[in-house]
Design a protein around this ligand. Sequence first.
Ligand code: ZN
Length: 134
Amino acid sequence: MTELTVRTSKREEIVDITDQIQKVVTQSGTQDGVCFVFCPHTTAAVCVNENADPSVKVDILDQLHRLIPPNLRYHHTEGNADAHIKAVLVGNSLFVPIVKGRLKLGTWQGIFFCEFDGPRTRHVWVQITPSISQ
Ligand code: ZN
């Protein structure tokens, strides 16, 4: 298992971590298999989405913010109840296929870390499982 560090600079931010994860895949020497990505935080998440047009990230954050505003009357009084809910909706893990030593993503896809209660120093855990037939 490899632990990556992601430093976020805003309360809500989507950070492209595709290159960091590809580096882990490359260093593992795995040609064919599965890359498991896990976010060990309750107010952050990971997702796969478009990495071509940066305005997609802005729209995702804007609409999550609109759906789950930070200033409602929540039971959780730590001040970050909205961040917990956003983290649940986006999800805390991903599987990406590895083919010929590369993450097999769609043409417009990247892997993103989603911060909902930053800025903080965060971690992402990456586990590579080689195919048994390689
Ligand atoms: Zn909390």
